[in-house]
Structures are given as structure tokens and as C-alpha cells.
Design a protein around this ligand. Structure first.
Ligand code: ADA
Length: 555
């Protein structure tokens, strides 16, 4: 499955994944040995490559001719793409889409080769040994599209907003001309009963052009968590009275604003009861199939949660599609976790982090479930240099999408220097786990400091992580740390404290499920896993599950 809805009916599109590929490692004792593996997948889930850190090549033959567009939804973590042996693209980061056009193919069998590299090095500023696993492989779908002409619809962005209690939407449609010469075309879009035409649209050779319009919609239904009403926009390119290309996108009429200490969602105060979730599974690594994502969402809804934080990277579009359809709000963030000032001074850090922001917003702009953009989880926001990086990335977000608030999750207690930058002040705190402070006292102490000593005063205040470790099946009358009993008791006190703190607009529990972490973290993570899930890696509920459910239902 590429998306949960068809994005084309005219443009020919097929998924090259969801089938066997030839796979061969480029290093190690199995170098050159060819295996047949199904993708999307992580090679760590193959019995011979559970700890392989290196390069590997996937190859697949396909028939096509003319101009083709190849889209890669995720390759972990660095991809080099070859078509018929010639390098045509390179991309860094496992969690964002990239695409490439190949022109004038002759009709025959072609070979697509993807070299994936999951090694850690100075080249990789974001994928580093960490408290989650950087896997290797083709972790999300690969899509082949055949373009009829030298011009195609590249993307559509729809920005809904209210004016005098009437829904309006700004529509932007990007067309790309991949030929050398100017092309004149007609663009047509239909959405929510409206039709818009941009006739005699001229696009110079090898350029992109964005056409836009603003439309009013009297009789549409608002997208809410209880009633997640979705609409489609159909865009067409028309040449000589013939449709030569199309693109379908999906959106919802909803609006997010900041008012004082609150986030307003369609004018109502938002109260977050959420979970942080890694894309991680013992059988699939980070390449969860659609059915596994849907099963996670069943548990998340059963718990009474209304939001997911995509810790700590942009998520699979199909998961976002599911959240759009089920009314689960998303805090989506670029890819970074716990980078020190030294890490952030890697010359690759800023370009790589900013590229993830560009690719994340470009691809995920229309998801109504995303209500906020996050960046740089627990990075060096307590340093002057770090603050500059945050500043640049927040400016980039506002430039790409002024319609959503932004934030970052801090762990810097009373040393953060960057609270003048975000729209929302967010904290990761672990009272009763990393320090034995009572949660109420800790939250109030922190909140008062923010109001009295920082530029975050008066902004919405959100707890983006709180929790404790509990090893599934470890029960003990002492209720010591790591027992399921301790985790349940800690979470009960933590969530009750958050619930009773009027100036806190909500909470994300750390975390939904137990996850694999880098081997280098073995000394601080029993089982070389992060065991703070409220379900274990096989999604088996721990003792705290029912307590979280009870408390979320009261929120
Ligand atoms: C941090 C971090 C999480 C995880 C957590 C923990 O808050 O943001 O990724 O590492 O700590 O388990 O300690």
C-alpha cells in the first residue's frame, strides 16, 4: 500500500515494494551473497543480519518507457539510487520522502538498484548511536509513476482557515516542466463542490510554477477529533483538451491558533492526552506494515489517547493517513534526539536537519491531524550556538507553513535559553524516575521558573514526555524500579499531577511501546531496549496500561 487513498487515477502508478527484491550486503562475510527479500523491510529482521551495520544493495527489474518518476518514501538511512547501473539520486535520512525523474526510457526491462547504508560516521549528523535504533533497508514504499508528458503535477497544498465564521482555503498547486522549452498548459482543480481553472499557464523549461487561489466554502463540515471529516482535491493538467496528468490530495477543514496559554483547535481549547511513539517493532524494525500501524492505533484509541508525538522523526504517510481518518492529533517533528552542542557543530547537522524540515512539510502539509511542528528533541537549547540553530529552523518552519504552531521538547530544566523562540513551551520530565522528586512539586517549580525567568512566560505549556521504566513480566513485592508495579505507581502520580495542574495543556506519556535501542546503549538499557512503554515491544499491556486508560478517560 502506498497511501490509504488513491493519489492518481490518470497517471500510471505502481508500487515496486510489497514484492521480492534481490538483496546483497556490500561488506562482511556474506558480501556478494544474493538473497531474495520482501520490501519494505529492515535487514535487521533477516536472521543473518540482525546486527549488520554497513551497506547493502537491493535490486529489482521493471518494464517502463518514456518519462518516469520514482518516489522513495523511506530508505534507512542513506540511499544511493542507480538506474541501469547509472547513479541518479542520493538521499540522507530514513524518515523523509525523495523522488527522481528519469527521462526518455526505451521500452524494455530496466534495473533499479538501491544502495542503503546504516553506518554511523561524521557524515551522519542525525542518525547516531541513540536511545532508539537506526535500522538499515528500504523501510517504506518505493513507487514508480509513468508521466505522459514533459510536464506533471508535483504537489498540492491546501490551507484551510476561517474568516467571519466561513471556511476558506488557500490552494497552491505546483507544476514542473522537465523539458528544455516553455510549455503552455491548463490547470483544473475540483474540491468540495468548487472548480478552479488556471488557463494559458506558461511554464519555462526546467522550472516549477505554483498556481494559487483562495476559495470560500459555505457548506463544508469541520474536521474534528470526534468527526474527522475529510475532503479530496483533484487536480488535472490539460493539454489540447486532453487530461495528461492528475494528482489527488486529501485535507480537512480545521484551524489551529495560539491564544495566550492555550492552543485553540477550531476555536476550542486543546487538551492533549497523548503518547510518544517510535516506529519500531520486533518483527519489522522501523518498517511497520499498514496492518501493524492500524493495530497500534486501535490500542492508542482504546487507551483514550487523542494524540501521538512522532518521536523523534517524520512518520510514515500511511500512519498519518490513519490518524487523519480516525481523528488522532499529531505532533510531528524533524529528526533529532539528544544532540549535544558538539553534535550540532557537525557541519552536516544544520543542512541535514533543515532538509528534513523541508521534506517533512512538503510531503505532510495537508494532513489535518498534524496540529504542530516540533524540532530538535532535547538538543542544545541551553547554549547560545544551539539557540541559533533552533532560531533558523523555526524561521524555516514559519516560511514553509505559517498555519501551524511550532515547538521543541526541552530537557534542560532551568537552564534553557531558547524559550523566546517557540509558540509552545514543551518539556520532557521524569520525576520519580531519573530523580525522586514528587511530580506536583517538580511541575510547579519548573512552571514558575518559566513564568518568572524566561521569555516563555504566558505561552502554552505542554509536557511532551513523562514516564518510567517497567520490564514486562518483572513483578516484585518490593515494587522497585523496573518492576511493572513501580512503573504503574509512578505513572499514576505523574498523570494525576499533570491533570491537576491548570496551566498545563496536556501530556505525552513516554512511551507507547518498548523499542530496540542502539547496541552502544546496552549499559543503560536493560535488554538493550527502552523499557518505558506502556505496552512491551509485542504490544502486550503492562500493569500501567489500565491505569493510564482510567486516567485518560478522566481527562
Ligand atoms: C528523553 C528522550 C527520549 C528517551 C527518554 C528516556 O526524554 O527524549 O527519546 O530517551 O528520554 O527514555 O530516557
Amino acid at each position: 500500500m502506498i497511501r490509504t487513498f488513491a493519489t492518481h487515477t490518470i497517471r500510471k502508478q505502481r508500487e515496486l515494494t510489497n514484492s521480492f527484491w534481490n538483496f546483497t550486503p556490500c561488506q562482511g562475510e556474506k558480501k556478494g551473497t544474493i538473497y531474495k527479500v520482501v520490501t519494505p523491510s529492515c535487514w535487521e529482521n533477516h536472521p543473518e543480519f540482525t546486527n549488520y551495520r554497513g551497506e547493502a544493495e537491493y535490486s529489482k527489474k521493471f518494464e517502463a518507457e518514456g518519462n518516469i518518476r520514482l518516489e522513495f518514501k523511506g530508505v534507512s538511512h542513506t540511499a544511493t539510487i542507480f538506474l541501469d547501473g547509472k547513479e541518479i539520486a542520493k538521499h540522507y535520512n530514513a524518515y523523509t520522502n525523495f523522488s527522481v525523474i528519469a527521462k526518455n526510457l526505451t521500452r524494455k526491462e530496466h534495473t533499479l538498484t538501491i544502495r542503503a547504508d546504516n553506518r554511523f560516521s561524521a557524515y551522519s549528523a542525525l542518525h547516531i548511536p541513540n536511545d532508539y535504533m537506526s535500522y538499515g533497508g528500504i523501510n517504506r514504499p518505493v513507487v514508480l509513476e509513468e508521466l505522459k508528458e514533459n510536464i506533471y503535477l508535483s504537489y498540492i497544498h491546501v490551507t484551510p482557515y476561517q474568516e467571519n465564521n466561513i471556511w476558506k482555503a488557500k490552494i497552491e498547486i505546483c507544476i514542473e516542466n522537465i523539458s528544455e522549452k516553455e510549455i503552455c498548459t491548463c490547470v483544473k482543480a475540483t474540491l468540495a463542490g468548487k472548480t478552479i481553472l488556471w488557463e494559458n499557464t506558461k511554464i519555462a523549461g526546467n522550472t516549477k510554477l505554483i498556481v494559487n487561489a483562495i476559495e470560500e466554502f459555505e457548506m463544508v463540515e469541520t474536521w474534528t477529533t470526534k468527526h474527522p471529516k475529510l475532503y479530496y482535491i483533484y487536480a488535472y493538467l490539460i493539454q489540447n483538451n486532453k487530461i495528461v496528468d492528475d494528482l489527488i490530495e486529501r485535507f480537512g477543514f480545521r484551524e489551529v491558533k495560539i491564544l495566550g496559554k492555550n492552543i485553540l483547535f477550531n476555536g476550542e481549547r486543546l487538551k492533549i492526552k497523548g503518547l510518544c511513539r517510535h516506529e519500531d517493532h520486533p518483527q519489522f524494525g522501523c518498517a511497520l506494515p499498514y496492518e501493524a500501524m492500524a493495530a497500534d492505533l486501535e490500542l492508542i484509541k482504546h487507551l483514550g489517547a487523542n494524540s501521538i508525538r512522532t518521536s523523534h522523526y517524520p512518520n510514515d504517510e500511511r500512519f498519518l493517513d490513519l490518524c487523519d481518518e480516525q481523528g488522532i492529533l499529531i505532533w510531528e517533528e524533524n529528526h533529532a534526539r539528544g544532540l549535544s552542542e558538539e553534535n550540532m557543530k557537525n557541519p552536516n547537522f544544520e543542512p541535514q536537519a533543515e532538509q528534513v524540515i523541508k521534506e517533512m512539510i512538503l510531503a505532510h502539509y495537508n494532513h489535518p491531524s498534524i496540529y504542530i511542528w516540533g524540532i530538535l528533541n532535547e538538543c542544545a537549547s541551553d547554549s547560545a550556538y544551539g539557540k541559533e540553530c533552533y532560531q533558523k529552523q523555526f524561521a524555516l518552519i514559519k516560511q514553509l507553513d505559517p498555519s501551524r504552531p511550532h515547538s521543541f521538547a526541552s530537557c534542560k530544566f532551568k537552564t534553557d535559553l531558547s524559550f523566546g523562540l517557540p509558540d509552545v513551551i514543551s518539556y520532557n520530565i521524569y520525576p520519580l524516575w531519573y530523580h525522586d522528586t514528587e511530580p506536583e512539586e517538580y511541575i510547579d517549580d519548573l512552571y514558575q521558573w518559566i513564568q518568572k525567568e524566561t521569555e516563555g512566560s504566558g505561552k502554552p505549556f505542554l509536557i511532551t514526555e513523562i514516564g518510567a521504566g517497567g520490564i514486562y513480566g518483572y513483578r516484585h513485592p518490593s515494587h522497585v524500579k523496573w518492576t511493572e508495579e513501580y512503573q504503574a505507581e509512578a505513572l499514576e502520580k505523574q498523570l494525576t499531577a499533570v491533570q491537576n495542574y491548570p496551566d498545563c495543556i496536556g501530556v505525552y506519556i513516554w512511551q507507547f511501546c518498548d523499542i530496540r535501542v542502539s547496541d552502544e546503549w546496552f549499559h543503560v538499557r536493560p535488554r538493550t531496549m527502552n523499557n518505558k512503554g506502556i505496552v512491551d515491544e509485542y504490544r502486550r499491556p503492562k500493569l500501567c496500561y489500565d491505569i493510564v486508560k482510567k486516567l485518560f478517560e478522566k481527562m
